[in-house]
Design a protein around this ligand. Structure first.
Ligand SMILES: *Cc1c(COP(=O)(O)O)cnc(C)c1O
Length: 393
């Protein structure tokens, strides 16, 4: 079983890099600022429970996920630290939110009222963080322009509801990861609006223990936005444009092994649609990785994977479960050798740019079929085969 996991397709999760990235951010924010690690979407594909356990031992203050299901996965995995649900939870589930000791985002007065009513019925108090929409135009109390006074009043009313504990308040930046002058000024506008809302609430006697807004982009650029807590995601995983400048290290690498090698004559069409035809005799490797594992089909015929001896170009269409590569120039590559999709030779950042997307999408796309190998000091400490819904060893 172990051999099979090792010698097919797998993602390596470098827990030392994760610890390093956490500590680097800690150093940057200083001792007075708390750290919330964003572990939504299975910790950006890295494994939410494993990442959360590591953060818990490192002294991280808070975690965030997108849904109640993700939060329950953490609690089931033994995570006891505070967990904020960033997205919507149906108010009918309030009893569970309280039972699992979770913090719910509240983005409108009507929802606050529904949560408070349900919490009262459950005989408990629901801890909440108020979400303010300062310009992302997604979730949050409207406070822009003519909505300011009504928005502040609505937040104050929500916080005064009997069965809610308004521990925190936050907003989210849309463009904090950009150095373009118009993006810098937009971020500053968002931040000023957020602080104006905080001031207006303070004038009404309303204050919060945890005010937060800094995602990874703001962590890198805007120390003035750290307030009580920062909220990075992609920086924790060592990815994004700011990661190299911050000295962060990518946590995930993706590998697949050559399962078969065949030699084809000239003019042999390869894979679906016969997109590629061998111009001459070619030595071709078949890899057990395809778009169902997270290798984007749009890479067909244009990406190179990395062998220990040099790059191996992908030939023809990437299939659901398999991919062909040219090994003609790499006579030393044998069946069983591992090829890197992304990792030390080809960064996930670079690969995302090549695919005209962001590294977030690339790591989130690594599917549950791909086993995760957790590495510490060069050794595998845990293998997780999520297709079985459990840890393997
Ligand atoms: C995803 C998310 C983050 C983390 O963003 P990064 O760009 O990965 O740092 C922070 N806050 C909220 C509300 C989010 O949804």
């Amino acid at each position: 079983m172990e051999e099979e996991i090792l010698r097919r397709t797998w993602a390596e999760i470098d827990m030392d890099a994760l610890s390093h990235n956490y500590r680097a951010a800690r150093e940057k924010i200083g001792p007075g600022v708390k750290y919330l690690g964003v572990v939504k979407a299975d910790a950006y594909g890295h494994g939410a429970v494993q990442v959360a356990r590591k953060l818990q031992t490192l002294g991280c203050d808070y975690l965030a996920v997108s849904s109640l299901d993700e939060a329950r996965e953490l609690r089931r995995g033994g995570i006891t630290m505070p967990v904020l649900i960033l997205g919507h939870t149906p108010p009918e589930m309030t009893r569970q939110l309280i039972q699992y000791d979770l913090t719910q985002t509240v983005s409108a007065l009507a929802k606050a009222e529904a949560y408070s009513k349900e919490a009262e019925a459950a005989g408990g108090t629901l801890r909440v963080h108020i979400k303010v929409d300062t310009g992302m135009s997604r979730l949050g109390f409207l406070v822009r322009g003519g909505h300011f006074a009504d928005g502040v009043r609505a937040i104050d009313t929500a916080c005064a509801l009997p069965a809610l504990d308004p521990e925190g308040i936050f907003t989210h930046f849309s463009s904090s990861d950009s150095d373009a002058p118009e993006d810098i000024s937009y971020t500053m506008e968002q931040f000023s609006l957020f602080t104006a809302v905080l001031d207006a609430l303070a004038a009404r006697g309303r204050s919060f223990r945890l005010r937060h807004c800094a995602n990874s982009g703001a962590l890198a650029r805007y120390p003035e936005t750290y307030l009580d807590m920062v909220r990075p995601g992609i920086a924790l995983y060592g990815l994004g444009d700011d990661a190299p400048a911050l000295g962060l290290r990518p946590v995930m690498s993706l590998y697949s092994c050559v399962s078969t090698i065949k030699v084809f004559d000239a003019d042999t069409p390869v894979s679906y649609g016969r997109l590629y035809r061998t111009p001459d005799r070619r030595r071709i490797g078949v890899l057990p990785i395809g778009y169902a594992d997270g290798l984007f089909r749009s890479f067909s015929n244009r990406l190179r994977l990395w062998s220990p001896y040099g790059p191996a170009p992908i030939l023809g269409r990437i299939c659901m479960d398999m991919t062909m590569v040219d090994l003609s120039g790499l006579p030393d590559v044998r069946v069983g050798d591992a090829l890197e999709v992304f990792g030390p030779h080809q960064s996930a950042n670079a690969l995302a740019a090549f695919a005209d997307t962001i590294p977030y999408e690339l790591v989130c796309a690594v599917s549950k079929r791909v086993p995760r190998l957790y590495m510490e000091q060069g050794k595998v400490t845990e293998r997780s085969l999520r297709i079985l819904g459990q840890a393997v060893s």
